[in-house]
Design a protein around this ligand. Sequence first.
Ligand code: PLP
Length: 394
Amino acid sequence: MTLHVPDFVGAVAHSRKASRVETFIRANQFDRPTLVIDPAQVAQNYRDLAAGLGGAAIHYAVKANPAREVISALIAAGCHFDAASRGEIELVLSLGADPAHVSFGNTIKRASDIAFAHEAGITIFAADAEEELEKIAGNAPGARVYIRVIVENSQADWPLSRKFGCAPAMVNPLLARAAELGLDPVGLSFHVGSQTRQAAMWAGPLEALAQVWDAAQAAGHGLRLLNIGGGFPACYGEEIAHPSAYAAEVMDLVRARFGDVQVMAEPGRGLVANAGMIAAEVMLVSRKSGDDLHRWVYLDIGKFSGLAETIDEAIRYQFVTSRDGEAAGPCILAGPSCDSFDVLYEKKLVDLPLGLTSGDRVMIRNCGAYTSSYSSVGFNGFPPLDVVALKPIV
Ligand SMILES: *Cc1c(COP(=O)(O)O)cnc(C)c1O
């Protein structure tokens, strides 16, 4: 179906240069919410992060955006991968990733999937519990393992729960158990929390981890790999440092506490968020009563079809509409599904043009991460987010 919609003429006033995805969205029609992604930008992000991370191995966290074109662009750029499931392993290997460059970083793995990964040539696994170490030893004998540690005091916008990692006091017993099981316990990992906006926010967690690390070395574990996880931020409106500068600052903090240990990083968001924009549409604009203070703007995309990170209004996306430049005012922004939880922003209202009406096109900036991967089921009959990747630049 082709939509009859006004174009984005009103928004050209933006002083910033339109990205390739923005140009593509302006020039095309979409009959459903569509994430347009630029693999060339993903490759550029990889080079920017690599420049700041020095010799660290960069393992892309596949769940942030598993589009084949994203994976292929990263393989071509020299990126390694962190996979969380058999499906993600099969995906990256099918596109040509070297199994020696793939880590199996989920701490909760099915035994048969560990065996599959081992067969496929993957040699490094994460664990945070004795039972997981036993599964790894039984299905990937002799494998390298790193222990994931809980670090408190995250200042991230999308902090991670205590679901992953073990308390510092469990680390030495687990390292000892791994060795006893014939595994090769090579190091520790942690995750500072997703969308950690400033590099300085890494200092506390790194300090906490350094104490765990030192205790392990004092116990004779001979650790040699530090996995610093993800957390590299994307721009959702607030100013963030250039990725190279941010990564270099994190590495300075790492080097100050851990010397020249081998470092591995697992960026997800930081590699893909700014490479994608969603083309969406206004479904309805309404007020609930004659004297309702607030306009409600309903989009054709919501929490269940790509914008899950609006939960608790944690991630605040930026919207571009076909009426930008006209008078604007605050509104409550909601998704289309028949679930009252499907409200995107109501605690902090969103400023959108007052003339906005159903059928108007809306673009959502910097949403290449955790959108299509969170919308794999068509909840309430609204299709999962479509993905279109731009052709390579020739
Ligand atoms: C999701 C995930 C990442 C990526 O986190 P970002 O905040 O997107 O960089 C890295 N490591 C692990 C283990 C993850 O689960």
